[in-house]
Design a binder for this molecule. Structure first.
Ligand SMILES: [Zn+2]
Length: 258
């Protein structure tokens, strides 16, 4: 889990892509040369539904292509096993604070986005996320709404946790991150994934507590964990939830990886 809470921003590397044809389809494999890598390592990332080949700095592109082509069937099987993306469209079921909501397009009504509870419009969801707009704007409206809700919940949680320990966050940013759910810079700026609004509220609250605790301890020492658990007693439960379900949050809407 440590990787998800990396304190430093990830370094951007130059990425070369290979196009691989296999079994009538094709997919892209991003090549990453990594200092210290001793062999080729393939990874299929569920969040972005893409493939990454990590390789030693001195390996040739030809050997990289050969390696990928040898493993084309394995990659194809992995990609096929990934859960299907859930775009924000009418009828899609999307969790909000851990509770399923069906997106209900209401072009006949005025307004923006609102929640109707207990209306049982779908077998999978008792609640509806109603959106009044023209069809082309539906996905954007839902995405904007979820980001706004995420920002509000995260700002409230950060305010509560910083007040509890007398610390101060310089600012709270909400983004679409793939490799981590939250981060804290040395200057005290906190950043979070908007997708936390999809998870049960105790998960979002834990992430806020985790990053607020970094305002005091810029590490993952025992003192850091003690403070996090004091702020968020459900730390272990939230970590377990993220481990089991975190990756699935990337299925919803479009991924604007940063
Ligand atoms: Zn951390």
């Amino acid at each position: 889990m440590l990787r998800l809470f990396r304190i430093d921003a990830p370094r951007k590397r130059d990425v070369i892509q290979l196009d691989i044809a296999h079994a009538g389809g094709s997919y892209k494999v991003a090549l990453k040369r990594v200092a210290g890598a001793r062999r080729f390592t393939l990874r299929v990332r569920s969040a972005t539904r893409d493939v990454v080949l990590t390789m030693p700095v001195r390996s040739s592109l030809i050997s990289a292509r050969e390696f990928v082509e040898r493993h084309a069937a394995w990659i194809g099987a992995r990609l096929n096993r990934l859960p299907l993306p859930v775009p924000f469209e009418s009828g899609a079921v999307v969790p909000l604070r851990g509770v399923n909501h069906v997106i209900h397009h209401r072009p006949d009504l005025r307004g923006n986005v609102w929640i109707e509870t207990g209306c049982a419009v779908s077998l999978e969801a008792e609640n509806a996320l109603c959106v009044a707009c023209d069809t082309p704007h539906l996905s954007r409206r839902v995405a904007d709404y979820l980001r706004r809700e995420a920002r509000r919940d995260l700002e409230n949680a950060v305010r509560r946790h910083t007040a509890a320990i007398g610390a101060e966050a310089r600012r709270v940013t909400v983004r679409d991150t793939v490799s981590r759910w939250g981060s804290c810079s040395a200057s005290g700026a906190l950043s979070f994934s908007w997708r936390l609004i999809l998870a049960p509220s105790y998960v979002l609250d834990y992430l806020a507590a985790h990053e607020v605790a970094h305002l005091v301890h810029l590490n993952h020492s025992p003192k850091f964990w003690a403070l996090t658990k004091k702020l968020a007693p459900e730390t272990d439960r939230a970590e377990a939830w993220l481990k089991a379900h975190g990756a699935s949050l990337h299925r919803f809407g479009s991924v604007e990886a940063e």
